[in-house]
Design a protein around this ligand. Structure first.
Ligand SMILES: Cc1ncc(COP(=O)(O)O)c(C=O)c1O
Length: 378
């Protein structure tokens, strides 16, 4: 039998969070099961309203996942075969997958070295007459500046679709919330997210009534009323159990995000001069909700630090090791190594440390000590 080191401090501890809301969650699940209203019903309708109010949009349309959200949003914006959609290569695969589902061409641009987010200058250089949409990704919980993107998009009939899958509650550059800045915007409630379901779930937010109506139809096989299908849609429904759980968790989100920010400040302080580059905290710190706390480790030492932490029972992750333009399945797009130098460097250096609202001060000290002890030894 091989010995497996127990992860004393996991990257994300979902059980620790569950312990704080267990009674409410079990009661809510019981109520749904007693009612046997399992798909779009009172909880989905209530969550759609509560989430829209929280984000500050007229509508939220709960769907089956963040990938569903992106797929439906892209389709509702009229993106189709031959169109180009600009996004980053330094993101989770689903952002690009959703563009491909629409038979559109993803145009992958480089990120800014400091923020590791979409570089507006690279977007400007990638615009062509075929550009139909731009998808900024608020990666790690930090929001992309939308102002320069709006300047690029305006007068060109280009739609901005935010991928806010990692940025629940983060503020945009104009002080509104992520998810209120594009024409349609997408959230994932994947279990590890700042607002995570206990299964699959997502949402699309928008201020446009007609689009909201279309999206509500698309999430249910394109039906307008039951069994009448003016368009071909998807099975992309949010289910009642997930919606009931999300309603409970939404009430805690601000408090959880505040704790994440506090932890980020503590890491920042403790990891000074530890040989890793800590993520920049924006001047308005409310622009970052620290879905992940992702440091950079240069000099080819990243993987050794990861091993060092793993040996001490500390969970880490690489978000993300292979940029999309270098993924095997994306070869047909014709990109090569070297095409997006900042993205490629970032992918070789990033390392996410434990980050979740229930991480204790003591646990954070132990992670920081372990990072510092690596620096001393190397
Ligand atoms: C940036 C980003 N986009 C899209 C998705 C897709 O969301 P889901 O996993 O809920 O389909 C995720 C989450 O996993 C994500 O992090």
């Amino acid at each position: 039998m091989t010995a497996v080191a127990t992860q004393e401090i996991p990257l994300v501890d979902l059980r620790a969070q569950y312990a704080t809301i267990r009674d409410d969650v079990r009661k809510a699940i019981d109520e749904v099961l007693d009612s046997m209203q399992l798909t779009i019903g009172p909880n989905v309708r209530a969550f759609d309203e509560e989430f829209a109010t929280y984000i500050g949009t007229k509508h939220s349309i709960g769907v089956g996942s963040g990938t569903d959200a992106l797929q439906l949003a892209i389709r509702a914006c009229g993106v189709s075969g031959g169109d180009e959609v600009i996004t980053v290569s330094h993101t989770f695969f689903a952002t690009v997958e959703a563009i491909l589902y629409a038979n559109a061409r993803p145009i992958l641009v480089d990120v800014d070295e400091r923020t590791m987010l979409m570089d507006p200058a690279a977007v400007a250089a990638a615009i062509t007459p075929k550009t139909k949409a731009i998808i900024p990704v608020h990666l790690y919980g930090r929001t992309v500046d939308l102002k320069p993107l709006r300047q690029i998009a305006q007068d060109r009939n280009i739609t901005i679709i935010e991928d806010a899958a990692q940025a629940h509650g983060a503020l945009l550059d104009d002080g509104t919330k992520a998810g209120a800045g594009g024409r349609v915007n997408c959230f994932s409630f994947y279990c590890s997210k700042n607002l995570g379901a206990y299964g699959e779930a997502g949402s699309i937010t928008t201020n446009e009534d007609r689009l909201a109506e279309e999206l509500r139809a698309l999430r249910e096989h394109g039906q307008s009323t039951r069994y009448y299908h003016p368009v071909v849609g998807y099975n992309a429904r949010l289910d009642e159990i997930q919606a009931a759980i999300l309603r409970i968790k939404l009430r805690k989100l601000e408090q959880w995000n505040a704790r994440r920010r506090k932890l980020a400040h503590m890491y920042d302080e403790r990891l000074k001069d530890s040989g890793v580059v800590t993520p920049e905290i924006p001047s308005d710190e409310r622009r970052h909700v620290f879905y992940t706390y992702t440091v950079r480790v240069g000099g080819g030492r990243r993987d050794a630090l990861r091993t060092h932490l793993g040996e001490r029972g500390i969970g880490t992750q690489i978000h993300y090791p292979v940029p999309i333009h270098l993924q095997q399945s994306a070869q047909f797009l014709g990109y090569r190594k070297g095409d997006l130098p900042v993205t490629e460097r970032v992918a070789s250096e990033v390392l996410s440390l434990p980050m979740f609202a229930e991480l204790t001060d003591d646990q954070l000290e132990r992670v920081s000590d372990a990072v510092r002890s690596f620096a001393k030894a190397h």
